[in-house]
Ligand binder design. Structure first.
Ligand SMILES: NC(=O)N[C@@H](CC(=O)O)C(=O)O
Ligand SMILES: [Zn+2]
Ligand SMILES: [Zn+2]
Length: 342
């Protein structure tokens, strides 16, 4: 196949950041995505409607393409109230709320320290039909970093979905076979996003032949059997799995250092990278469901009405991208990508 036309896709998990880099992230994400779920882990985080409204305005001020709509998300803290959820729902601007276990990932220090602190908030979300988005990793020091997702599912998420069976839950950026199995066995109220980098890479890509900080993200890349489980899930056609890039830029010097930040930048080539992964799996015919249909169905939103066309034609990714005063090293820097959007 040399061209592929699909319904315009959406990105159900992306970090646009703020300030000078917003111009670049907004330009990249709005190139062909119709909508994007905008992660709220700014400093300070987007914890209420007022902050979400202001962030929405800053995004729109960067003049995204006309086909693009940012969908805002509330950052849950120990202090979030049921009223915050009601106000968010009433705003019409906020589409979900995000659970970051405190300390689990980039800018999560204001996150939730104990799930019991937000039980009334979760009840309000269930009543208001507001999806809960989850960074699914435990943070205790005695749990190995490669096990943190599986332990979270077992100890936090399984009881949570039992207690709130009508709550819509998206387990974000899943990385393990345990996560795939959990989502498959759960009710239709439970879904997951999968990144392009977790489909294309495993921990060998990050650690064999030298440590490659630009592959370092959270949850961390796992071994190849987990990568294969993610590929099988994404290409299965199952409506519970959909596209979420987790594109998360960090300045080059914040990644290439003794203690580097977690996050991979993929928004320069998001659907193109997914197309490579689906092609390698012999499943390009399943890309449209994953990228354009399953997400809106879960969020009860209409599917985009227009299409985009991908062409099998290789192009070079630059070594660096200028983001405000920063430089970002994108995934595939200095290499090529096999597909491009016409
Ligand atoms: N995925 C990452 O490794 N990093 C994300 C945070 C997140 O999504 O966990 C970031 O904001 O940099
Ligand atoms: Zn996360
Ligand atoms: Zn993320």
């Amino acid at each position: 196949m040399t061209t592929l036309t699909i319904t315009r896709p959406d990105d159900w998990h992306v970090h646009l950041r703020d300030g000078a880099v917003l111009k670049n992230t907004v330009a990249d994400i709005s190139r062909y995505f119709g909508r994007a779920i905008i992660m709220p882990n700014l400093v300070p985080p987007v914890t209420n409607v007022e902050l979400a409204t202001q962030y929405h305005q800053r995004i729109m001020a960067e003049n995204p393409q006309a086909h693009f709509t940012p969908l805002m998300v509330l950052y849950l803290t120990d202090d979030t109230s049921a009223d915050d959820i009601k106000a968010a729902k009433a705003s019409g601007l906020v589409y979900a709320a995000k659970l970051y276990p405190a300390g689990a990932t980039t800018n999560s220090s204001s996150g939730v320290t104990d799930i019991n602190n937000i039980k009334d908030v979760l009840a309000a979300m269930q009543a208001e039909e507001m999806p809960l988005l989850v960074h699914g990793e435990v943070t205790s020091h005695d749990i190995d970093i490669f096990d943190r997702e599986a332990v979270f599912i077992e100890t936090i998420l399984t009881p949570l979905v039992k207690q709130f069976p009508q709550l819509k839950v998206v387990l974000e950026h899943i990385t393990t076979k345990q996560a795939v199995d959990f989502v498959n066995q759960a009710s239709d109220n439970v879904a997951a996003t999968i990144t392009a980098h977790h489909l294309l890479f495993n921990r060998n890509h990050m650690l064999v032949g030298g440590i490659r900080p630009h592959y370092f993200c959270l949850p961390i890349l796992k071994r190849n059997i987990h990568q294969q489980a993610l590929i099988d899930a994404a290409t299965s056609g199952c409506a519970k799995f959909f596209l979420g890039t987790d594109s998360a830029p960090h300045a080059q010097q914040a990644k290439e250092t003794a203690c580097g930040c977690a996050g991979c930048y993929t928004a320069h080539a998001a659907i193109e990278l997914y197309a490579e992964a689906f092609e390698q799996a012999g499943a390009l015919d399943k890309l449209e469901a994953f990228a354009s249909l399953n997400g809106p169905a879960f969020y009860n939103l209409p599917v985009n009405q227009d299409t985009i066309t991908l062409e099998k034609s290789s192009w070079p990714v630059p070594e660096l991208m200028e983001f405000g005063a920063d430089q970002v090293v994108p995934i595939r820097a200095n290499e090529t990508i096999a597909w491009q959007v016409k």
